[in-house]
Ligand binder design. Structure first.
Ligand SMILES: Cc1cc2nc3c(=O)[nH]c(=O)nc-3n(C[C@H](O)[C@H](O)[C@H](O)COP(=O)(O)O)c2cc1C
Length: 209
């Protein structure tokens, strides 16, 4: 724990990139932060394909066990069909929201103010309240429609943080690549992290290489 506990919203949607979500949740829980988690109705299908786990989006316990291997008291999971929860309201204060992975469908819904499920609504609330909102799409290539939606969201105050790992830290494993993207998400949530060092520094010493 290197930081005072904060409260974050983490949303999972049906884009590819579930290992990023799993790692982000693990790091935030281990760092002692409070989490509100919501998965879209399509997220379990992708999680099954990519992580080999199963969970029910209405059953918070099953999601925590599938992605964290336990049910931490600091994690509250909401059904995507329930709008009568704190994160659906601007009156509930929190320190930022990350949508990891973010499908182009959810990206488009938020860009156009369409709240079909709680992920969209919680993101809409972030924008109207001027809170940190990070979207992590994986899609490639990007159509003009998606690029336009990204620009709309960026202008509205969101951060578009594509799942694009760099290679200058000489990754050796898939986990290294995952950590690269998760480190950037943590940086933008304002959470101190030691997963990867800033370019030109070592993680352990912080000394210029
Ligand atoms: C295995 C799998 C991988 C997918 N990968 C992506 C992806 O990378 N990006 C994307 O936008 N949609 C992807 N999709 C499609 C979305 O899940 C689909 O558009 C869904 O309606 C998104 O809804 P949601 O944003 O509410 O989760 C994928 C679907 C499956 C089953």
């Amino acid at each position: 724990m290197t930081d005072a506990p904060k409260t974050f919203v983490v949303a999972l949607t049906g884009g590819s990139g579930m290992p990023y979500a799993q790692r982000l949740l693990q790091v935030l829980v281990d760092a002692g932060h409070r989490l509100h988690v919501v998965a879209s109705p399509t997220a379990p299908e992708v999680a099954r394909e990519e992580l080999g786990v199963t969970f029910d989006v209405r059953d918070g316990g099953s999601l925590c066990r599938a992605l964290l291997g336990r049910e931490p008291a600091s994690v509250t999971v909401h059904s995507p069909f329930d709008f009568a929860v704190p994160i659906a309201s601007g009156s509930f204060p929190h320190d930022g929201m990350a949508i990891v992975p973010c499908s182009t469908g959810t990206l488009g819904a938020i860009a156009n103010g369409i709240s079909q499920h709680l992920v969209h609504r919680a993101a809409e609330v972030c924008l109207k309240e001027g809170r940190r909102l990070i979207l992590v799409p994986r899609e490639t290539p990007l159509s003009a429609i998606v690029l336009q939606n990204c620009l709309t969201l960026s202008r509205a105050g969101a951060t578009i943080l594509p799942a694009m790992p760099g290679f200058y830290h000489r990754p050796k494993t898939v986990e290294d690549l995952v950590d690269f993207v998760v480190a950037r998400i943590l940086d933008h949530l304002g959470v101190p992290q030691t997963l990867t060092a800033p370019y030109g520094q070592s993680v352990d010493s912080g000394v210029q290489e």
